[in-house]
Design a protein around this ligand. Structure first.
Ligand code: UDP
Length: 231
């Protein structure tokens, strides 16, 4: 792996608090990513927004506006995580698909590749810039656009199961599964739009539990215990 796209959920940043930021958790992620960067691996990052807001949080306001708030939540998350990454010694840049003036840079592929090629951790904030999409779709889109080798999908659960392990104690974890099986069986890895984009563009994924010690490092360095999604 030379270039990876890491997806973190918004909830992952909140730790036990379930909202806002849990700094110790984020510092832990930063230290793991630094090991990869120091090893010459290029890292792009997409972060969800669920620790602040989701489009479906309000049933009373217009969906487009609600989704815009969700996209802005991902900008806050990326600015925060980017700063924590800097505090542990990494170079970072935050890109958005819409103008954020002095807060972030407008995304272009060329700008992003320039940063990645010099070892700068590159954050893709603000989702796709469009309502009715998700940060899963953003992850797939950005991974394809920056020509990442793989998507690293850090989750609350440690891989992909044939049914929800929280509901069904007998659920079986896959070591490996094809993206077409994920789509056919509607397995809850990413939303369907994002999964289909991965399938059509042959973008593999590694799904693992963020809560497990050194799981990001282990996934990249071959000590992988999650689920590999093949194309
Ligand atoms: N969002 C959006 N377009 C995008 C990405 C995100 O509208 O391209 C909004 C949407 O409202 C979403 C929220 O941002 O609920 C947070 O994104 P995330 O993917 O974490 O949301 P989830 O999938 O958990 O709803």
């Amino acid at each position: 792996m030379k270039r990876v796209l890491l997806k973190l959920s918004g909830e992952a940043l909140a730790g036990e608090k379930h909202t806002g930021f849990d700094e110790a958790t984020v510092i832990g992620v930063a230290k793991q990513v630094k090991v990869l960067v120091d090893d010459g691996i290029q890292v792009g990052i997409v972060i969800g927004g669920g620790n602040f807001w989701r489009g479906r949080t309000s049933e009373n306001i217009d969906r487009t506006k609600a989704d815009q708030i969700g996209m802005l939540a991902t900008v806050m998350n990326c600015i925060y995580v980017s700063e924590i990454f800097r505090s542990v010694g990494m170079e970072t840049e935050v890109f958005t698909p819409f103008e954020c003036a002095g807060f972030a840079k407008l995304f272009t592929k060329d700008r992003a590749l320039k940063r990645l090629n010099r070892g700068c951790v590159t954050f893709f904030a603000g989702g796709t810039g469009h309502p009715y999409f998700s940060t899963d779709t953003t992850t797939t889109l950005m991974a394809i656009e920056i020509e990442a080798d793989v998507i690293l999908l850090a989750k609350a659960v440690d891989g992909v199961y044939d049914s929800d392990p929280k509901q069904n104690p007998g659920a079986v974890k896959y070591d490996e599964i094809s993206i077409s099986d994920v789509v056919d069986q509607r397995l809850a890895v990413m939303d369907l739009t994002a999964s289909i984009m991965c399938m059509e563009n042959k973008m593999p994924m590694m799904v693992f539990g963020l809560g497990e010690k050194d799981s990001i490092i282990n996934t990249v360095k071959g000590n992988f215990t999650g689920t590999k999604i093949t194309v």
